[in-house]
Design a protein around this ligand. Structure first.
Ligand SMILES: C[S@@+](CC[C@H](N)C(=O)[O-])C[C@H]1O[C@@H](n2cnc3c(N)ncnc32)[C@H](O)[C@@H]1O
Length: 227
């Protein structure tokens, strides 16, 4: 099965339990990481935003609290978009959700001030194409993604701890393999400066950089023309 097909089916299957899994497995800390990420992206003072791989819309709803113009969320999993649309009925912030693939975004060049993507870029089959699409439709790209801590001991302890959670994930989601995929892909996905180099190779912005979150468990990456 191609990676895209596997990832799409996996997220459709875990969609009903996705928010619960996030809270249980990160002990709620994913909310703090996302807050830090959103505050960082908002420094560009955007009037519009596209949140890619939006899942159930966490980032999109939060962005809309501070953005007066349009905020759109896209995801290629119909299951996830269904939940995002359910949430939209009760959230006070108005966000539009669409089913779309990051590798072929249905938007015009520079249609948005910023694009954001949290814990999604790691899953994209053609990473270069995905990154170039994020850059094509906006004037600033902000990415939150798992990585590897640079400190060897911390890295070993962290990944060993993640592996202990496999049965819990399996119990809640009935897709133990999804969590095993999450760990394996986080352990091997290029992070920090390596990922910044891949961004530079696939986008045309003035500034690029990364900021470690929790000692490198995750990173905030940016590409923009500010300053
Ligand atoms: C781990 S979830 C992240 C959801 C949300 N951004 C968050 O931080 O909670 C990853 C999401 O990426 C989506 N995704 C993966 N590859 C994609 C692609 N090529 N195009 C659009 N969405 C994709 C999946 O369907 C899934 O909803």
């Amino acid at each position: 099965m191609a990676k895209a097909e596997f990832v799409n089916k996996m997220f459709n299957d875990i969609a009903p339990k996705y928010d619960l899994l996030n809270d249980v497995l990160s002990v709620g800390t994913h909310r703090l990481w996302k807050k830090k990420f959103i505050n960082f992206a908002l420094k560009q003072k955007p009037n519009s935003a596209l949140d890619c791989a939006t899942g159930t819309g966490d980032i999109a709803f939060k962005l809309k609290e501070s953005i007066s113009g349009k905020v759109v969320g896209i995801d290629f999993s119909e299951g996830m978009i269904e939940y995002a649309n359910e949430r939209a009925k009760t959230e006070s912030q108005k966000v539009e959700f669409k089913v779309a693939d990051i590798q072929k975004l249905p938007f015009a060049d520079k249609e948005f001030d910023i694009t954001t993507i949290s814990f999604g870029i790691r899953n994209v089959e053609n990473l270069g194409l995905g990154l170039s699409e994020l850059g094509r439709v906006s004037n600033g790209v902000y990415i939150l993604e798992f990585g590897q801590p640079k400190n060897g001991l911390y890295k070993k302890a962290y990944f060993n701890m993640l592996k202990m959670y496999v049965p819990v994930f399996g119990l809640i989601s009935k897709r133990k393999d999804a969590y095993e995929y999450l760990i394996a892909s986080s352990e091997t996905f290029p992070s920090a400066e390596k990922f910044v180099d891949i961004m530079k190779a696939n986008m045309s912005f003035k500034n690029y950089g990364c900021i470690p979150v929790f000692g490198g468990i995750a990173y905030i990456y940016f590409a923009n023309n500010e300053g």
